[in-house]
Design a protein around this ligand. Structure first.
Ligand code: AMP
Length: 274
């Protein structure tokens, strides 16, 4: 689904569904398009097409929430995790500029050192499409989200997208803030840290956006082909966890108390409410 107002992006949605669900999904997507905080669209498009090939199955990223008091705090935590995987301050600042400006349909692809935009169409960005979840995985994910009291958040759809993106060749991390005016929780996801919910990541004046940081060696054309055209289904659900502190974010340290590879071990010790 794509909704625009006088050429400006309002909202979009995509998924992989069995034929019997198409009427229900179209109703859901038109409701979404018509009730977005960005306004009433002047044009809505719906495309339903068969999959070009059988989907690849990927696991969902494990989910955690970091307690962040305000936007500078959330951005500092995100920045520390990103710099731990080789993303420069300049590239992180470039991501925040994308959020401030907003108005894109897709995500910006950023060079992790220079912060330069690598996608061919900078106005549109790259739209991750051809993504969905199997019926069994959907039931399991919904029940885990409910058990954590996170229903009504944007987690379900964003996690499917982030799980496909994290499985892409050369992806270092994804950082996202919603383009919904009232939703200030963003996320940082990486193959090494999972999906980290970050309350307050979005600034009040931001329009919202998404960025993918990619390894410098990666061929952008094959990455875009994967993101836009390769069908991927989440087929296995990793745990939806609770609140963790920033020094517990590295999945390689799971189960090792006081793991070494997270960030702010000393500064933030004792802050965790998990
Ligand atoms: P949303 O999470 O839907 O509020 O979207 C936030 C921002 O993420 C949008 O303004 C777009 O720039 C970007 N975005 C939304 N959906 C996708 C997608 N499927 N692939 C890439 N970027 C997206």
């Amino acid at each position: 689904m794509r909704a625009e107002k006088k050429g400006r992006h309002i909202s979009g949605a995509e998924g992989i569904f069995t034929l019997d669900r198409i009427p229900e999904v179209l109703e859901d997507y038109s409701g979404k398009a018509l009730s977005h905080t960005n306004g009433t669209p002047s044009r809505m498009s719906f495309v339903v097409e068969p999959l070009p090939r059988r989907p690849t199955l990927v696991p969902s990223l494990p989910v955690f929430t970091l307690e962040t008091a305000n936007t500078p705090d959330a951005r500092e935590v995100a920045g520390e995790i990103l710099s731990g995987i080789g993303v420069s301050t300049r590239a992180i600042e470039a991501a925040f500029k994308v959020f401030a400006k907003g108005g894109m349909r897709g995500a910006a692809i950023l060079d992790p050192l220079t912060g330069n935009r690598l996608e061919p169409d900078k106005k549109r960005g790259v739209r991750a499409s051809m993504l969905g979840i199997t019926g069994a995985a959907e039931k399991k994910l919904i029940s885990q989200i409910e058990a954590r009291g996170l229903q009504g958040t944007r987690l379900f759809e964003a996690l499917i997208l982030a799980s496909k993106v994290a499985a892409a060749p050369g992806i270092l991390a994804e950082l996202c803030t919603s383009d919904n005016g009232n939703y200030m929780t963003g996320y940082l996801s990486t193959p090494l840290h999972g999906y980290l919910r970050l309350p307050n990541l979005k600034k009040k004046t931001d329009r919202g956006g998404r960025v993918f940081f990619v390894s410098r060696a990666e061929r952008i054309e094959s990455l875009i082909e994967y993101l836009e055209e390769t069908p991927v289904l989440v087929g296995k659900i990793s745990p939806v966890g609770g609140i963790i502190s920033p020094h517990e974010t590295d999945l390689r340290d799971r189960g090792k108390p006081g793991g070494k590879k997270g960030v702010r071990k000393k500064v933030r010790a004792g802050r965790s409410s998990s």
